[in-house]
Design a protein around this ligand. Structure first.
Ligand code: 13P
Length: 260
């Protein structure tokens, strides 16, 4: 299977989010083969978007979660609150939160624990900066982030976890790594995570690629066996282009089904 996730970031308000959700449903209509689809609106739009998606195959993710269950934490949102709104996935450790909002590896770890405790599927984002990439430090950076993120975390089944490889320098820049670089990063992530969780066999762990995914390049990433899906930012709020990414994923799935 392939998974396409739209991270709407802070790009659209409630009304536009509802329209995007409706439009996304339309793109799936009549498609017998389609990827697993997840959209991640901002907190304020979750409730309204859920009404649109409630009886569909499209899942909803949140863009963040707090690590405590409840209490005096002004401005924060708990995993339990998110599940009440129909959320099933949550993005954790996005580089924008790490760099702009001071989110540390320890916070990421606590959020993963809390999400899992409430049955949310964490979509954990990792990725190197431009300097680390240029210095050949991609793997050591991924290792540092993943070891810190999963310290003390228990996963019983692979479907409880998604990982997104999002090189920081590829996000919103229009630049992407070569497909071969993405493949080797994904292989490395799989190996490391499967060492952590004996219950998760390395080949069945879902690793998505994110960073300047668009209608033109989506197929080249998605056709690779190592790429279980894409995490799409800017293009996910442009309905026509997001539709083309979904079509690319569907074409890959169709091609694979005829080769079985
Ligand atoms: P862009 O697709 O805009 O590069 O954003 C990627 C991203 O950050 C998704 O989480």
């Amino acid at each position: 299977m392939k998974t396409v996730v739209g991270n709407w970031k802070m790009q659209v308000g409630v009304r536009e989010s509802v329209a995007l959700a409706r439009g996304t449903l339309l793109t799936l209509r009549g498609r017998s083969i389609a990827p697993d689809l997840v959209v991640c609106p901002s907190f304020v739009a979750l409730s309204e978007v859920h009404k649109v998606l409630a009886r569909s195959s499209v899942s909803m993710g949140a863009q963040n979660v707090f690590w405590e269950d409840h209490g005096a934490f002004t401005g924060e949102t708990s995993a339990r609150m998110l599940t009440e709104l129909g959320v099933t996935y949550v993005i954790i450790g996005h580089s924008e939160r790490r760099t702009l909002l001071g989110e540390t590896d320890e916070m990421v770890q606590k959020k993963i624990v809390q999400a899992l405790a409430h049955g949310l599927i964490p979509l954990v984002c990792v990725g190197e900066t431009a300097e680390e990439h240029d210095q050949g430090l991609t793997q050591s950076h991924l290792q540092k982030q993943l070891i810190a993120a999963f310290d003390g975390v228990h996963i019983k089944h692979r479907s409880q976890l998604l990982i997104a490889y999002e090189p920081v320098w590829a996000i919103g820049s229009g630049r992407t790594p070569a497909v071969s670089e993405v493949i080797s990063a994904h292989q490395y992530i799989r190996r490391l995570v499967s060492e952590f969780f004996s219950s998760v066999d390395s080949l069945s762990l879902s690793v998505l690629y994110g960073g300047s995914v668009d209608a033109e390049n989506a197929y080249a990433f998605l056709r690779e066996q190592e790429v279980d899906g894409v995490l799409v930012g800017g293009v996910s709020v442009k309905l026509n282009q997001f539709n083309d990414v979904i079509v690319a994923a569907s074409e890959v799935l169709e091609a694979q089904s005829t080769h079985v």
